[in-house]
Design a protein around this ligand. Structure first.
Ligand code: ATP
Ligand code: MG
Length: 323
């Protein structure tokens, strides 16, 4: 979509002292952030602290962990809607100082303006991003984004006339229409029926691959993470949650949702994630992290393949491991 119209990015003032040479390996760099809330007796509850995470440009990262471990808090900090108690987040060489149209958020509850049509909701975002753009240009960009999510023909409907899946598509169109540097999604499909969820997962995946979008997404759904993510960040239970490990997805980038369970490495990956959620997320919190754990460099895991899986991957040539 970035080629649709030759809009210039609005120059944004850099927060003081925030400049950093941008790096593709650390397109997003979460650096030692903590979030604490006041607790009774003048104490503080630490939701998480000393959290470090780099995200590569164009990477799709999913964060998985039990309720209350601080996933939404991390996403809100990335969006600039919340500020860390300590630490900083750098995006494309600049420290986050507040909300920005460079970072689009897709919420679980889509948050559409009820009095505006589908076109009006998306066009509103486009004209906020490019306030000097001509009306026809804004409309063309909005229509293109609406068509991309399969809603051409519904431009003049109001949110009340749309199904849950259609509303969520409008939220996705609105986020993508502003050509964001990063896309932030907080359980965007969890309220949808299985069929709609699958269709939207397919569309989001296709769009993100086509546009090279960098994505940070929260999900409770292990299969969704396996289908969408390049890397899966596993959080221990809260409070004082930690990044237990970063799991590399060994499945080929060219994945078919309906055939995933036949892919070599699928069961090793799925079992690893399930074991973590069922047992290790709690025992690591209760018994502490293993000796040598360094929060600045959480362990990077590639779940062990069975011999048959390893042979199948080797036989398929090097491309199958392209993640
Ligand atoms: N304003 C607040 N004051 C005090 N505690 C808060 C506040 N907002 C969030 N918390 C606490 O922070 C913790 C993390 O909340 P967060 O919403 O980030 O969790 P989550 O991992 O997204 O959970 P879920 O999976 O249920 O969405 C929770 O224990 C929550 O009670
Ligand atoms: Mg949450």
């Amino acid at each position: 979509m970035s080629t649709l119209l030759p809009f210039a990015r609005r120059p944004r003032p850099a927060p003081a002292g925030a400049g950093r040479a941008p790096s593709a390996e650390r397109f997003i760099s979460i650096e030692g952030i903590a979030r604490r809330y006041p607790a009774p007796g003048g104490r503080a509850t630490t939701i998480f602290e000393n959290l470090w995470l780099p995200v590569r440009r164009g990477e799709f990262v999913c964060m998985v962990g039990h309720s209350g471990c601080g996933k939404t808090t991390v996403l809100n900090i990335l969006a600039g809607l919340d500020a860390p108690s300590e630490g900083t987040v750098i995006v494309d060489g600049q420290a986050i100082g507040g909300p920005s149209l460079d970072r689009a958020v897709i919420f679980q509850g889509h948050a559409l303006l009820p009095w505006r049509s589908v076109l009006g909701n998306v066009a509103y975002a486009v004209s906020s991003r490019w306030p000097r753009a001509k009306r026809a240009e804004v409309e063309a960009r909005a229509r293109k984004a609406i068509a991309t999510v399969g809603l051409a023909g519904s431009e003049h409907k109001r949110p009340a006339e749309l199904s849950g899946g259609m509303k969520q598509r409008v939220g996705i169109a609105r986020a993508l229409s502003i050509d964001p540097k990063i896309l932030l999604m907080d359980e965007p499909f969890s309220a949808l029926d299985a069929l709609t969820r699958g269709t939207l997962q397919d569309e989001v995946r296709r769009i993100c691959i086509e546009t090279g979008q960098t994505v940070f997404m929260i999900t409770h759904d292990v299969d969704e993470a396996i289908y969408l993510a390049d890397r899966i960040v596993l959080m221990t239970n809260g409070p004082e949650a930690k990044v237990a490990e970063i799991v590399e997805n060994p499945l080929p980038k060219a994945r078919d949702r309906t055939q995933l369970h036949h892919a070599p490495g699928y069961y090793a990956l799925r079992n690893h994630l399930m074991d973590f959620l069922v047992t290790r997320s709690k025992t690591l919190r209760d018994e502490g992290m293993p000796a040598g754990y360094d929060p600045r460099r959480p362990p990077v895991i590639r779940p062990a393949l069975s011999e048959a899986d390893a042979a199948a991957i080797a036989g398929a040539g090097p491309d199958i491991l392209r993640a």
